[in-house]
Design a protein around this ligand. Structure first.
Ligand SMILES: [Zn+2]
Length: 95
């Protein structure tokens, strides 16, 4: 991992490092694992795992051999299936 990601070392207001929060828009959870060149939280990581599993064992093998950059389109495809409404956020507007 990139040592500069250690957020406690660099408190820089206004310069939020995107890698510190989940890739999924609206998700405020701290990152847990990489997804392509991005990072996702634990809950979404498990969701991503399930999504890939649904695509079959071949996907698992294929994914293992892919570079981070090659995984990005796959991550984007999965991210589109995520419904942010499922995630409780502090800033969720009340209807
Ligand atoms: Zn998340």
């Amino acid at each position: 991992m990139n040592p500069s990601v250690r957020h406690t070392m660099f408190p820089e207001p206004g310069d939020k490092m995107h890698d510190l929060t989940c890739l999924i828009k609206g998700c405020q959870a701290r990152v847990y694992a990489p997804a392509g060149t991005h990072s996702i939280c634990r809950e979404h990581f498990l969701n991503y795992l399930t999504w890939r599993r649904r695509k079959g064992p071949q996907m698992f093998l294929k994914y293992a051999g892919m570079t981070m950059e090659e995984r990005d389109p796959l991550v984007a495809e999965w991210a589109n299936t995520i419904r942010v409404e499922e995630i409780p956020t502090a800033s969720a507007p009340k209807t």
